[in-house]
Write a protein that binds this ligand. Structure first.
Ligand SMILES: Cc1cc2nc3c(=O)[nH]c(=O)nc-3n(C[C@H](O)[C@H](O)[C@H](O)COP(=O)(O)O)c2cc1C
Length: 243
């Protein structure tokens, strides 16, 4: 079997997958009970809610800050399960769900992380009630039978390591970002960190697997007395364009 290192798939593979998805999405006159129920659930939700309030937009976007110091306040296992239950519902390509999340809660598990941290990040990270390793499984396609049962999508990925890694990294990063948004929606604060040695983390936590680390995200309730001034952002005209 040939081993392709390209980061994309062929037009034929894409067309085949699109045809399968069209059937799943109710095209070709397929109107199964599952499709109708999904359409109904979505329509009802749109009737109940419009946009979030300005306060909620502050909570999620305008006012949250990266946290470097933490209150001595526990984050329960139940809350972390709720956090995952929100995160898992966000979108990934072909519903691949490659993100994997390791919540380090015990002192022993955080001590395993300590030698992988660099510079003054040690102090910022070790004091957090929970440190999440945001990772992704490069062999995510092994679960597609469960996640996309409408078609056999596995051949799109088998023996295409570069394509799998790009897909897993893209979607795993999105899931990590969504986890941060979900955490803030639940009243938690976040401290995302990439200043650590990914290879050491992979050896310590994911040896013998196809899972690799991406970034860390501390979770808990931040100490407001340790926040410094807000840094500027790019204005619309510096980052966006209309075509
Ligand atoms: C993926 C990611 C990695 C980061 N890595 C580090 C890090 O290694 N060390 C650090 O002190 N801050 C780190 N940060 C924090 C950023 O510097 C911070 O989010 C940015 O300055 C904006 O601050 P604000 O969120 O308080 O507005 C990271 C943030 C993100 C999103």
């Amino acid at each position: 079997m040939s081993c392709s290192n390209k980061q994309s798939i062929s037009a034929q593979e894409l067309a085949a997958a699109s045809g399968m998805q069209r059937r799943l999405h109710g095209g070709d006159n397929v109107q199964s009970d599952h499709v109708l129920a999904a359409q109904n659930t979505f329509s009802e939700m749109k009737k109940r809610y419009t946009a979030l309030s300005d306060d909620h937009l502050d909570l999620l976007f305008r006012e949250p800050r990266t946290q470097y110091a933490w209150q001595d306040k526990e984050v329960s296992e139940d809350l972390l399960r709720t956090l995952y239950d929100l995160t898992k519902m966000t979108s990934t390509s072909v519903n691949s769900c490659p993100g994997r999340f390791v919540f380090l809660r015990s002192e022993e598990s955080k001590e395993r992380l300590r030698p992988t941290l660099t510079g003054n990040n040690v102090e910022k990270i070790m004091g957090a009630p929970v440190v999440t390793i945001i990772a992704h499984d490069n062999a995510f396609y092994e679960r597609l039978d469960q996640l996309a049962p409408y078609a056999d999508l596995k051949p799109m990925f088998v023996d295409k390591p570069a394509y799998c890694e790009a897909t897993a990294f893209r979607n795993g990063t999105l899931q990590g970002a969504q986890l941060m948004m979900a955490a803030r929606a639940l009243g938690l604060d976040c401290g995302p960190m990439s200043g650590f040695n990914n290879q050491l983390v992979d050896e310590e936590f994911f040896a013998g697997t196809t899972v690799v680390s991406n970034f860390l995200c501390c979770l808990g309730y931040g100490d407001p007395s340790r926040i410094f001034q807000r840094l500027p952002r790019l204005e619309f005209n510096e980052a966006c364009e209309f075509l």
